[in-house]
Design a binder for this molecule. Structure first.
Ligand SMILES: [Zn+2]
Length: 250
């Protein structure tokens, strides 16, 4: 993390933005396959070259494979690179410079949709990592959604990593959905193991709760409290279980 965003023809390119050299059809990867658990049970999505039983599943889901070559080719401002988006979201980093995130910022049009459909007080799920204060003007200028539709800053009581955006495979044919879906992770509301085991993830989602929207970022004092249990790997975690980050000596 250098804190210095890349530039292209004088434009600042956010850390999470995808580049043309990284553009791949994730669902077209020839190594994708359906694997059947040895003892029976429903098939799950895997890569051919993964060793069965030792697959790496960050957040308990299979991730799309995409090159990580920022600065090569041309930026694609509407795309996010999978590994950079995921890494930044995991630590609530700034989506523009990759430093520490300080404020949640969202396109006004999406916020208005949420208010109309879900109503204030409902959880708000987003794939947009936060930004740091010094990157707010850059984010507003460079992100097409923010530039066209305006934006709001969100003061949040608490937040958690809650889902992934991805494609879902057919368990018999391995055909993928054309559209992408938001799929809840283990422990999140709406978790469905049948969907998650067939999901090819391309982005990490967070859920924000207890939100007040502001047009002035100075009214927002921080990111809110992170729900600690969501930072732990899904495997073996009981639903709703909370594990203290520091044990008290007694
Ligand atoms: Zn920044």
């Amino acid at each position: 993390m250098t804190g210095e965003p890349l530039t292209f023809k004088g434009l600042t390119v956010p850390y999470t933005t995808g580049w043309s050299s990284e553009a791949v059809t994730l669902t077209g990867n020839p190594d994708l396959m359906l694997r059947h658990p040895p003892g029976g049970g429903a098939p799950y999505l895997a890569y051919n070259d993964e060793y069965p039983g030792a697959e790496v599943r960050p957040h308990g889901v299979l991730w799309g494979r995409m090159p990580d070559t920022p600065g090569v080719g041309e930026p694609r401002f509407l795309d996010m690179n999978i590994s950079r988006q995921k890494a930044v979201m995991e630590r609530a980093g700034c989506s523009v410079c990759g430093g520490n995130g300080e404020v949640w910022m969202t396109p006004a049009i999406i916020w208005e949709e949420y208010l109309a459909e879900d109503g204030l007080g409902a959880p708000y799920e987003t794939s947009d990592p936060p930004v740091c204060r010094s990157c707010i003007p850059l984010a507003a200028r460079q992100c097409p959604n923010l530039r066209q539709h305006g934006f709001v800053f969100l003061a949040v009581r608490k937040w958690s990593i809650s889902g992934v955006r991805g494609y879902i495979a057919d368990p018999y044919t391995l055909d993928f959905s054309d559209e992408d879906f938001d799929v809840p992770l283990h422990g999140a509301i709406g978790y469905d193991p049948d969907s998650l085991r067939l999901t090819l993830a391309k982005g990490l989602l967070v859920t924000l709760r207890g939100i007040t929207a502001h047009t002035d970022p100075e009214k927002v004092t921080g990111l809110g409290r992170r729900r600690g249990d969501d930072q732990r790997p899904a495997r073996g975690r009981r639903r709703g279980a909370r594990i203290p980050s520091q044990r008290r000596g007694d």
